[in-house]
Design a protein around this ligand. Structure first.
Ligand code: PEP
Ligand code: MG
Length: 830
C-alpha cells in the first residue's frame, strides 16, 4: 500500500487527522503523524518528518500532506535526507479531506499517482455537497459496455463519507472497473474514488447506476448490491433519522394526537428537517396543547339538565374565543385567513353535532365525554370520506372540539400550553396560531404545513420561530424532551448535547438582542451602507392594524388586501363604506404612502355576495383582475372609493393577477371612468402585481402602461414552480428564494427599468432578511411584509452595501436551489 505522512505544526492536529483517515482506511493502513516539536510545542521538525516517512516507506511510495507555512519547508528538507530513489510526493491537497481520500485510495490498492490524484480532488466532495459553482465535477470517461445494475440508496443519510469509503474499499477488492452515477444526476465516477463517490451527493431515495467491466465484474456488482441492501453498513432504518420535507397524507393524526402507525421516537442527536416557516432559534422542552382531542378523564354526570347547561355555557365561551381569534387573524394576516373562524362558529352550532352530544348527555354522559364523542365520531366519519375538502374539515371539527373541552375545563383557549417550551403539533391551524400564548411558546414544530400556509404567516406575524412539514417523526418525540429548533434553517435537533444547547442558548440570546437593537431603530429608514434607501412597508389585511404597523416601523403600507371588505358578506359593501374604511387606514398612516390592491378573490376565496361557478383548478381560473373585469360594477365601485380617498391622501392603486397587457389596459380604462364619475383628478399611481410568470416575462411591455410593479412572490412562486401554495406535499418547491423566481424578479426589474418604473415586492419573501437583501440586490426598491418583520429587514438592509447585495444576487440567480441562493445573502449579514 502507498504510505501516508501527515505533517502539522500541532501534534494533536496531526494525530487527529491520522485517526480520521484510519477510520476510512482501516488499521493496516501505513499512515504516520509528524506533528509539533520534540518538546511538545508548536512547530515542525525535519527529523520527525523524515522518521515518519521512513516508517511507512515501501515500494509503492509515500504521499506527504502538510498543513501550512513551514510544514512545507520541513517536508522538503526531510525528503532531501532520504535515501536516493525513495518515491515520495509532497501533496498540495486539502489537509483533512486529502488525508481521508488518500487513505481510502491507498487501502483500495491504488498507485501513488492515483492516491495523489484522489487527495487533490478531495475538495470536490465539499464543493459538491455545498453546491459550490463549478465544484465537485469528478467526471470520468466510461464506456457504455459492461454489466449494469441499479442500486437504491436506502440508508438514512445517503452516501456520505463512511458508506462511500466502504464502497471504495469494496471496489478495490475486485479485479473490475466499477463506475457509478446517480440517476438524473452526477457521474459516472470510479467506485474506488472516495472523492468521486462523494460528488454524486447521493441521498436516501436516490438511485445509483453501477457499470462494471473486467474479469470480476459480476462478483463486484453482486457485492455492491449486497452492500447497498444493508444500507452501506448503516442499516436501512437505523442511525440518526433525517426526515426530509416530504409530507404525509392529510388523513392522519389530529393536532397533538399520535399517528395510527406508531413511529419510533427519534434518538437523541437526530436532526429532523422540515420547511423553514418563521426564522429564529428556540430551545426548550417539547410541549403539546393542553386539550388534545383525547378522551377526557371520566367525570360523573351531575344530571342531564346540569350537563346540558354546562355544554351550552362552554359553547358560548368557545364562541367568544373564536370571535376574538377571528379579529386577531383579520388584523394580523387577512380576512380570508380569518374566514376559517366563520366555519368554526357554524360547526359549534351544527345541529347534528349538538344533537349527538345532547343525546349522550341524556343517556347519562357528562358534558365532556358527550361532546368529545360527538366531535370525534364526526371527525372520524369525515376523515374516511373520499373528498379532500371534507377531510380537511375534520381538522376543524377537532379544533372546535378542543375549544369546547377547554371551556368545560374552565380555560379560555385550547391553543395554549401551560409551561414554556416548543410546541409540537400535527398541523398548526389558524385557530391554534391565533390563540397562542406568545409568552410560553418559544417555537413551533409542525409535522405538516407549508411556508406560505396561513398558520405559517401568522407565526411570522407573531415573531415565533417555526418549522413546518417535519413529517410524523416530530410527533413521536416524547413530551418534555429538549429540542433545538432553527426556524431559519428549517431543522429540529432532538435532545441536543449540553455544549450544543449552550451554544444555541447563546445564539438565541444574540438573536433576541439583535431584534431589540433592530426594534430600537425601527422608525429610521433602511439606508444601505452605500447610501441607497429601500422603503420597507407593511402588508395589511384588515381595517385595524395600520397604527400598529407604524409602531413596528412601517414606512407605509405596500399592500392593503381589500378582501376583508367583501368576504363573509351577504351583500357587497357600498362605495361609502369602502371609502370610509380605506380613509380610516390612510389617516392612521399619517401621511405615509398606502397601496390599495383591488379585490383579489376567485373560486379559491369565494364571495357569498357573488356566486361563482366551481372550477376544477381555481388557482388557474377566474381570480383577481380576471374576476373584477367580469364584474365591471364591482370594480367601478371599488375604484371610485379608492379615488375619493386618494383626493387627499397619498394613495396608489394596484391590480392583482395581471397576465396580459389587455387586462392592464382594461383596468386603466376603468380608472379613467372612475375619475370622470368622481371628478377626482389628483394624480394617483396605477400599478400592477407581478404574480404570473407571463407578466414577469413581459414586464417591459406592461411597464409602458403601469406606473409601478409589486411582485407577489407567493403566487409567482406557485405558478413558476407549478406547486400549489397550500400543498405541503410540494412545500420544498415553495420555500425560500427559488433561483427561478429570482430570475423572474430580475426580468421584472429589467422590464420596469426600460420605462423608468419602480419595483416592489409584497410576497412573503420580502420579510426574510436574507431574501430581502437579494431582492434589493436585484433592484427592488420597496419591500412590504407582515409588520413584526419590518425592523429586522430594515436592520439587515442597513448592514450591507447595495454593491455587495447586487453581487450576492447575481450569484443567487445561478444557484442550484433556494437554500444556496439564500446563503449567498445570509453570508453578508452579521
Ligand atoms: C402574493 O401572491 O405574493 C401576494 C402578496 O398576494 P396574496 O398572498 O394576497 O395572494
Ligand atoms: Mg397573490
Amino acid at each position: 500500500m502507498v504510505g501516508i505522512v501527515v505533517v502539522s505544526h500541532s501534534a494533536s492536529l496531526a494525530e487527529g487527522v491520522v485517526e480520521l483517515a484510519r477510520q476510512m482506511g482501516g488499521e493496516e493502513l501505513p499512515i504516520e503523524a509528524a506533528g509539533g516539536l520534540e518538546d511538545g510545542t508548536i512547530g515542525t521538525d525535519v527529523e520527525r518528518v523524515r522518521a515518519a516517512i521512513e516508517r511507512v516507506m515501501s515500494d509503492e511510495g509515500v504521499l506527504v500532506l502538510m498543513d501550512l507555512g513551514s510544514a512545507l519547508l520541513s517536508a522538503e528538507m526531510a525528503v532531501e535526507f532520504l535515501e536516493p530513489g525513495a518515491e515520495v510526493v509532497l501533496s498540495e491537497a486539502p489537509f483533512v479531506e486529502g488525508a481521508v481520500a488518500a487513505a481510502v485510495a491507498a487501502r483500495g490498492g491504488m498507485s501513488l499517482q492515483e492516491v495523489q490524484d484522489e487527495a487533490r480532488r478531495a475538495i470536490g466532495m465539499k464543493e459538491a455537497q455545498l453546491g459550490v459553482e463549478g465544484g465537485g465535477e469528478v467526471q470520468e470517461p466510461v464506456s457504455e459496455d459492461g454489466l449494469q445494475a441499479r442500486i437504491p440508496v436506502l440508508n438514512e443519510i445517503g452516501l456520505h463519507a463512511r458508506p462511500a469509503a466502504l464502497v471504495a474499499e469494496l471496489a478495490g477488492r475486485f479485479d473490475a472497473d466499477l463506475r457509478l452515477s446517480k440517476t438524473g444526476g452526477a457521474g459516472p465516477v470510479s467506485a474506488r474514488s472516495l472523492t468521486g463517490l462523494m460528488t454524486l451527493v447521493a441521498r436516501k431515495g436516490d438511485e445509483l447506476v453501477a457499470i462494471a467491466s473486467g474479469p470480476q465484474a459480476t462478483a463486484a456488482l453482486a457485492a455492491l448490491e449486497e452492500l447497498a441492501r444493508e444500507g452501506f453498513g448503516e442499516g436501512v432504518a437505523t442511525g440518526p433519522v433525517v426526515v426530509r420535507p416530504v409530507a404525509a397524507s392529510r388523513a392522519v393524526a389530529p393536532s397533538g394526537a399520535h399517528p395510527e402507525q406508531p413511529i419510533a421516537a427519534p434518538e437523541a442527536g437526530s436532526l429532523l428537517r422540515g420547511i423553514a416557516a418563521s426564522t429564529g432559534i428556540a430551545l426548550g422542552p417539547v410541549r403539546r396543547f393542553g386539550e388534545q382531542l383525547d378522551a377526557p378523564a371520566a367525570r360523573a354526570s351531575e344530571g342531564a339538565e346540569v350537563e346540558r347547561q354546562r355544554l351550552e355555557a362552554a359553547r358560548g365561551a368557545a364562541r367568544s374565543a373564536i370571535e376574538r381569534d377571528r379579529e386577531t387573524v383579520a388584523q394580523r394576516t387577512s380576512a380570508s385567513d380569518a374566514a376559517i373562524f366563520t366555519a368554526h362558529v357554524a360547526l359549534l352550532d351544527d345541529e347534528a353535532l349538538v344533537d349527538a352530544a345532547t343525546a349522550r348527555i341524556d343517556a347519562g354522559d357528562a358534558a365532556e365525554m358527550a361532546w368529545y364523542q360527538a366531535t370525534e365520531q364526526t371527525a372520524e366519519a369525515w376523515r374516511a370520506l373520499d373528498d379532500e375538502l371534507m377531510r380537511e374539515r375534520a381538522t376543524d371539527v377537532e379544533d372546535v372540539g378542543r375549544r369546547v373541552l377547554a371551556a368545560l375545563a374552565g380555560r379560555e383557549s385550547s391553543a395554549s400550553i401551560r409551561e414554556e417550551g416548543v410546541l409540537v403539533v400535527s398541523e398548526l391551524t389558524p385557530a391554534d396560531a391565533a390563540g397562542l400564548n406568545t409568552d410560553l411558546v418559544r417555537g413551533i414544530a409542525a409535522a405538516r404545513g407549508t411556508a406560505t400556509a396561513h398558520a405559517a404567516i401568522l407565526a411570522r406575524a407573531l415573531g415565533i420561530p417555526a418549522v413546518v412539514g417535519l413529517g410524523d417523526a416530530v410527533l413521536a418525540i416524547a413530551d418534555g424532551t429538549s429540542v433545538l429548533l432553527d426556524g431559519g434553517e428549517g431543522t429540529v435537533l432532538v435532545a441536543p448535547d449540553e455544549e450544543v444547547a449552550e451554544r444555541a442558548g447563546r445564539a438565541r440570546m444574540l438573536a433576541l438582542e439583535r431584534r431589540e437593537r433592530a426594534l430600537s431603530r425601527a422608525a429610521e429608514p433602511a439606508v444601505t451602507r452605500d447610501g441607497v434607501t429601500i422603503e420597507v412597508a407593511a402588508n395589511l389585511g384588515g381595517a385595524g392594524g395600520a397604527a400598529e404597523a407604524v409602531q413596528y416601523g412601517a414606512d407605509g403600507v405596500g399592500l392593503l388586501r381589500t378582501e376583508f371588505l367583501f368576504l363573509e358578506r351577504a351583500e357587497m359593501p357600498s362605495e361609502d363604506e369602502q371609502t370610509e374604511t380605506i380613509a380610516q387606514i390612510a389617516d392612521a398612516l399619517d401621511g405615509r404612502p398606502l397601496i390599495v390592491r383591488t379585490l383579489d378573490v376567485g373560486a379559491d376565496k369565494p364571495l357569498a355576495a357573488l356566486p361563482m361557478a366551481p372550477e376544477q383548478n381555481p388557482f388557474l381560473g377566474t381570480r383577481g383582475i380576471r374576476l373584477s373585469l367580469r364584474h365591471p360594477d364591482l370594480l367601478a365601485t371599488q375604484l371610485r372609493a379608492i379615488l375619493r380617498v386618494a383626493a387627499d391622501h397619498p394613495l396608489k392603486v394596484m391590480f392583482p393577477m395581471v397576465a396580459t397587457a389587455a387586462e392592464l389596459d382594461a383596468a386603466r380604462a376603468a380608472v379613467v371612468q372612475a375619475r370622470t364619475a368622481t371628478g377626482v383628478q389628483t394624480p394617483m399611481e396605477v400599478g400592477i402585481m407581478i404574480e404570473v410568470p407571463a407578466a414577469a416575462l413581459q414586464a417591459d411591455l406592461l411597464a409602458a402602461s403601469a406606473d409601478f410593479f409589486s411582485i407577489g412572490t407567493n403566487d409567482l412562486t406557485q405558478y413558476a414552480m407549478a406547486a400549489e401554495r397550500g400543498n405541503e406535499q410540494v412545500g420544498d418547491l415553495l420555500a425560500g428564494p427559488q433561483p427561478a423566481v429570482l430570475r423572474l424578479v430580475a426580468a421584472t426589474v429589467a422590464g420596469a427599468a426600460a420605462h423608468g418604473r419602480w419595483v416592489g415586492v409584497c410576497g412573503e419573501l420580502a420579510g426574510d432578511p436574507a431574501a430581502a437583501v437579494l431582492l434589493a440586490g436585484l433592484g427592488v426598491r420597496e419591500l412590504s411584509m407582515a409588520p413584526p418583520l419590518i425592523a429586522e429587514v430594515k436592520q439587515a438592509l442597513r448592514s450591507v452595501s447595495l454593491a455587495d447585495a447586487a453581487a450576492a444576487a447575481q450569484r443567487a440567480l445561478d444557484a442550484r436551489d433556494a437554500t444556496q441562493a439564500r446563503r449567498y445573502a445570509a453570508d453578508l449579514l452579521p
